[in-house]
Write a protein that binds this ligand. Structure first.
Ligand SMILES: [Ca+2]
Ligand SMILES: [Ca+2]
Length: 363
């Protein structure tokens, strides 16, 4: 249960139009539950004369619409850093935060191209820092008649174990050139995901052309280039963390294929100074002449096991061992440990995760 004052739907691509529009949005606490909106205030991007309130008035005739210049390259960006994303949301009011677990989206009749294709469901406590609760990519085309669809939001517990604020690409070699050039580098929260570096700060170690922001803008028409042993990184901002599933890189087209990266390490950090390696890529040669997308998997960090002993250990003689094949970082004993002879050890070994209860005999 995680309640928040503000919730929104952020759209990073449509089904072809540079304007996104919706007839209605409902935020719900449970599947099929009542719409939580009504007593608060609508908010969102409002730049084409269709205010966010049109999405929350229970009237299909009124719409919310906003320009987002989304169509240039499948919504991954258009090179205009201030104009990537449109969003519509709701302020549930001070002191009355809500936990949204289901969202209904009603598309606009007659304007299927304005229906969302990539969306993020986000929450905030101050309407400034927005945390992404769930993403939906490559949403299928919507009926031209207008259509209501339901999206389920998982319970928000915390950032994933390996989520980090800073992500970096540390290069060590190119495909033959003195420099590496990167038109597009997208970190994806899921395999096949989409551009997410819409809010934050890019930086680089060295440049001979462009800035790292040109690599992280989701737009192939701009690029950063620097020496082949430097780095580019993205700071997603204070309070925001991501655990990524893959890095997508678009190489530079002919005659600059030699500026594609060959060897590099994907790194993550919480403070921008201490880095952990998340993926090591080597021997990436043969990039296509037209510019080529390649996708590099990033393995999620597995959290250490956490275990709770909830039962009462009986008195016994002999020894008892509890073994794990992963590091154990927290053991909570909620029951009573009796006096016993012998020894008890907790070691790495056969994996047992979760709660141990109903302990009767241990020999
Ligand atoms: Ca409406
Ligand atoms: Ca670019």
């Amino acid at each position: 249960m995680a309640t928040h004052r503000y919730w929104r739907i952020a759209v990073t691509n449509t089904h072809g139009d540079n304007v996104v529009s919706l007839e209605e949005v409902e935020f719900r606490a449970t599947a099929g539950g009542a719409d939580l909106t009504g007593s608060g205030a609508a908010l969102g991007t409002n730049n084409v004369g269709y205010a966010p309130s049109g999405a929350f008035d229970n009237n299909a005739v009124t719409i919310w619409a906003a320009s987002a210049s989304l169509g240039a390259e499948g919504g991954v960006g258009d090179g205009n850093s201030s104009n990537h994303m449109a969003w519509v949301g709701y302020d549930f009011g001070a002191g009355t935060p809500v936990d949204v677990r289901e969202v209904l989206i009603q598309s606009r009749a007659g304007f299927a191209g304005q229906a969302p294709k990539n969306i993020l469901i986000q929450f905030s406590d101050d309407a400034t820092l927005w945390i992404t609760a769930e993403t939906f990519w490559d949403i299928p085309a919507w009926s031209a008649l207008g259509e209501a669809r339901i999206y389920t939001i998982p319970e928000w517990m915390d950032f994933p174990y390996g989520a980090r604020r800073y992500w970096r690409i540390q290069f060590s070699d190119s495909n033959g050139d003195t420099y590496i050039a990167i038109p597009t580098a997208d970190f994806h929260d899921k395999v096949g995901g989409r551009w997410l570096s819409f809010a934050g700060t890019a930086s680089h170690g060295h440049t001979v052309g462009g800035t790292a922001a040109d690599s992280f803008d989701g737009y192939s028409g701009s690029l950063w280039a620097g020496n082949k042993t430097t780095w580019i990184q993205f700071d997603f901002g204070a309070g925001v963390k991501w655990e990524f599933a893959e890095l997508a890189i678009l190489s530079r087209a002919s005659p600059y294929q030699a500026q594609a990266p060959k060897d590099f390490i994907i790194q993550a950090s919480d403070d921008g100074s201490t880095w952990e390696d998340r993926a090591t890529i080597s021997g990436e040669t043969g990039w296509g002449a037209g510019g080529e997308w390649r996708y590099f998997p990033i393995t999620a960090l597995e959290p250490p096991a956490e275990i709770e002993i909830a039962g009462t250990l009986p008195a016994f003689e002999g020894s008892m061992s509890i073994t794990f094949d992963v590091p154990v970082f927290n053991i909570a004993i909620a029951g009573t440990l009796p006096e016993f002879l012998g020894s008890m050890s907790i070691e790495r070994g056969v994996r047992t995760m979760g709660r141990i209860s109903n302990i009767t005999t241990i020999d």
